[in-house]
Design a protein around this ligand. Structure first.
Ligand SMILES: Cc1ncc(COP(=O)(O)O)c(C=O)c1O
Length: 356
């Protein structure tokens, strides 16, 4: 079976892990600092603050911006639930606006109608590796004095007019094993704002600048030295990984028939964390057909966040027609860098033979 994703680790990562073990320094230390420096350079930001996951990166960013009870944050309903949960964890309220049907990202044309006196920030997601319309979102945020938190958990290295995501607002990335690069679990915040970086560093480490002197209430959201060692090796490979994802996506797009292939907006660079097709009729049958053909698929996401039981219990009654429609039509095909030419042909044959 061709897997939907596979983390690519080899001797280099193994060696890096062994070096950490030999050093006897396991908790946040010089390797985390080195990984932060390298990731900040990769993105082009002044600061990067490593965390234990993408979720804790988002949570730390929300808290570092001073968002709390009574505040609202506008976000996308079509995402992994952590994007919105990060707002709830701070005691604030996620407010959902519908998405664009081609990019699956927040529709900026709907944001201003959702702004209230309680709105403090916009939290767009660069879903599947395609940047959201971040320039339009930054302009709206500037007009209304709102902060912007970019959920770039799926979009390492994606660009808009050559500028990397995570450099427009406060960036949050994930290094979960399925992501374009991994640290096993892990996350990172990117910013040019020295004060925000300082608050984020305090929040992720129990509010201590100096050991056992706590100037604020914080958390243990630290990354370990083992995670950072893996991450530094992976970061060296990101260019090659992204090129392979883009080449695989181009190959599929040129050959797939009878389905809606992913859109890449002019001036945007998609990094294909997911290769998502739309199948308006018979999505689940196609997934079954592909499974029998030896191709694993995924559905990201079968239910928008506002429709999740957990959110229904909170009283969300929104009707967001585009997010609701696409969640019943999307299907992710394998696009990861480990695919062979034979794998790609099997995926194409599987999709194109579905009705035969
Ligand atoms: C869009 C999005 N936001 C947030 C997260 C949370 O990241 P993590 O799983 O590292 O906590 C993920 C990844 O799982 C994600 O895909």
């Amino acid at each position: 079976m061709i897997p939907i994703s596979v983390p690519l680790l080899d001797e280099e990562e193994k060696q890096a892990i062994l070096e950490v073990i030999d050093s006897r320094r396991l908790a946040q230390g010089p390797r985390v600092a080195a990984f932060e420096k390298a990731f900040a350079e990769f993105c082009g930001t002044q600061y990067a603050i490593a965390t234990s996951s993408g979720t804790t990166a988002l949570q730390t960013a929300v808290l570092a911006l001073g968002i709390g009870p009574g505040d609202e944050v506008i976000t996308s309903p079509f995402t992994f639930i952590a994007s919105a949960n990060a707002v709830l964890f701070a005691g604030a309220k996620p407010v959902f606006v519908d998405i664009d049907e081609r990019t699956y990202n927040m529709n900026p044309g709907l944001i201003e109608a959702a702004i209230t006196p309680r709105t403090k920030a916009i939290l767009p997601v660069h879903l599947f590796g395609h940047p959201c319309d971040i320039e339009a979102i930054m302009a709206i945020a500037a007009r209304h004095s709102l902060a912007v938190i970019e959920d770039a958990c799926q979009a390492h290295g994606a660009t808009v007019e050559g500028r990397k995501v995570g450099t427009f607002g406060v960036g949050c990335f994930s290094f979960y094993p399925t992501k374009n690069i991994t640290t096993a679990e892990g996350g990172i915040i990117t910013t040019d704002d020295a004060e925000l970086a300082d608050r984020a560093q305090l929040l992720r480490n129990h509010g201590q600048r100096e050991r056992y002197y706590h100037e604020t209430i914080g958390y243990n959201f630290r990354m370990t030295e083992i995670q950072a060692a893996i991450g530094s090796v992976q970061l060296h490979k990101i260019k090659q990984f992204t090129a392979a994802r883009r080449a695989n996506a181009a190959y599929l797009t040129a050959r797939l028939e009878g389905v809606i292939t992913p859109y890449e907006a002019p001036g945007y660079r998609h990094v294909y964390h997911q290769y998502v097709i739309r199948v308006p009729e018979g999505r689940d049958e196609l997934a079954g057909h592909l499974r029998r053909h030896g191709v694993a698929t995924g559905i990201y996401y079968p239910l928008p966040v506002h429709k999740q039981v957990a959110y229904q219990r909170l009283g969300y009654t929104d009707h967001l027609p585009v997010a609701e429609k696409v969640s019943s039509e999307v299907l992710s095909l394998p696009v990861h860098p480990a695919l062979t030419p034979e794998d790609l042909d099997r995926i194409v044959q599987g999709v194109n033979s579905r009705w035969s």
